[in-house]
Design a protein around this ligand. Structure first.
Ligand SMILES: Cc1cc2nc3c(=O)[nH]c(=O)nc-3n(C[C@H](O)[C@H](O)[C@H](O)COP(=O)(O)O)c2cc1C
Length: 155
């Protein structure tokens, strides 16, 4: 079974937004291979509008370019990007998005694809308690934290 079909099988009913891309991190890549219905609800784009295109479609005037440039760098260097980006929905409304991107590795440890788990968050008022990710909370309460450890990048 193709990787994209496998990801579709598990991600289709999941509430967390899931997007799968190919491994080409050089512009104009990466290319979206699959986006789940939760991703479509969050972004306002139909999966068919996303597949074959670039996740940059979600960027807008206030997207932090420093953070987006970090994304491919960290994926190459550390095999993970964990952070918060300012994304834009199809109707132009912006939203803060917590993004956890990892490679899917083949048997030899080479990336076959990248998968991102994304969810909308809001910035907490006041000073963060401990650890950067506490600065944000999900807009929809979920029993499990999306991110546990790692070095977060913030918009
Ligand atoms: C799986 C995956 C999901 C991504 N999701 C987003 C996203 O939601 N928002 C965003 O601004 N960039 C996202 N990106 C990053 C862009 O595709 C791109 O890599 C980034 O903008 C850096 O390239 P650039 O500096 O040439 O723009 C994602 C990348 C990958 C691999």
């Amino acid at each position: 079974m193709e990787l994209t079909d496998l990801v579709r099988l598990f991600a289709e009913p999941v509430d967390l937004a899931v997007v799968l891309t190919d491994v080409d991190l050089e512009r104009p890549g990466p290319t979206v291979l699959y986006a789940n219905p939760a991703f479509a609800r969050m972004s306002g784009y139909a999966p068919a509008d996303l597949v074959g295109g670039t996740p940059r479609i979600l960027q807008g005037p206030d997207t932090n370019r420093e953070a987006t440039r970090h994304l491919p760098r960290l994926l190459r260097a550390e095999g993970r990007f964990l952070g918060c980006l300012r994304n834009y929905r199809r109707d132009g409304e912006e939203y803060l998005c917590e993004i956890d991107v990892r490679p899917i590795l083949d048997r030899d440890g080479a990336p076959q694809a990248y998968i991102a788990f994304e969810r909308e968050v809001v910035r907490r008022r006041g000073r963060p308690a401990e650890g950067g990710t506490r600065r944000y909370r999900p807009t929809v309460q979920s029993p499990l934290p999306l991110v546990g450890s790692g070095m977060p990048i913030f918009a």
